[in-house]
Design a protein around this ligand. Structure first.
Ligand code: BEZ
Length: 218
């Protein structure tokens, strides 16, 4: 994915949203942000994704995560579309802002352009999703085509993994789910691990005997 990617600082764009003007650095600092783009308003997959985000928004907020959507139409169109989104999942509230980008300039700056999807105005946004950390750097990105809706449970899962890794010297193994054991970072020696993880850890017995796969609970 050329352009803005993991480790990069997001640009301090001043954007128009359904909740007024937002300065990205001020919005994202001191917390985590999920910034997610959509090909367009009043499109079927996008409607389901925004509704699912709205349904789960309180779970994100409990983890200290803000949500910020983006679709390339204007604010007036977004506000009309929100009525459909809220009707699609009864009781859900689109309580997060949606950026408008009618000139398709913001999607270029944020590396959210789908080179394959175009309309008469130009390229549409892809289903890109950046998770921005409190230091304003991109910690993780998803890049899906217009035809594949994202799994919001997976977004919540990776947030929990990123937050655990930033808090402890750990990483999460394949198919990890919140509550399961995590692995201790290879940079931590066994001596250090005894101090850092007083709850203890288990070393998986492997043919190499290198003792690098150590599991603990945090
Ligand atoms: C959709 O959101 O359903 C969609 C948008 C653009 C292309 C294909 C699907």
């Amino acid at each position: 994915m050329p352009g803005l990617t993991i480790g990069d600082t997001i640009p301090d764009l001043h954007v128009q949203t359904t909740q007024g003007k937002i300065e990205l650095h001020a919005f994202c600092k001191n917390g985590w942000t999920v910034l997610f783009s959509h090909p367009g308003d009043f499109t079927p997959v996008c409607t389901t994704e925004l509704a699912k985000m709205a349904q789960h928004s309180s779970e994100f907020y409990k983890k200290g995560v803000k949500l910020l959507g983006l679709s390339c139409d204007d604010v007036e169109s977004h506000n009309e579309w929100i009525k459909d989104i809220e009707a699609y999942i009864s009781g859900c509230k689109v309580d997060y802002p949606i950026i408008s980008d009618p000139k398709r300039e913001i999607i270029k700056e944020l590396n959210m352009v789908d080179p394959e999807e175009k309309d008469s105005t130009g390229n549409l946004p892809s289903r890109a999703l950046h998770i921005v950390g409190p230091d304003l750097k991109i910690k993780l990105s998803f890049l899906y085509p217009a035809t594949t809706g994202r799994n919001i449970d997976e977004v919540l899962r990776v947030i929990e993994s990123l937050q655990k890794a930033s808090q402890f010297k750990v990483a999460t193994p394949a198919n990890w789910k919140p509550g399961e054991s995590v692995v201790i970072s290879p940079s931590v020696t066994n001596e250090q691990a005894k101090d850092m993880f007083p709850q203890g850890f288990d070393t998986v017995d492997l043919p190499s005997n290198k003792e690098y796969l150590r599991l603990t609970k945090v």
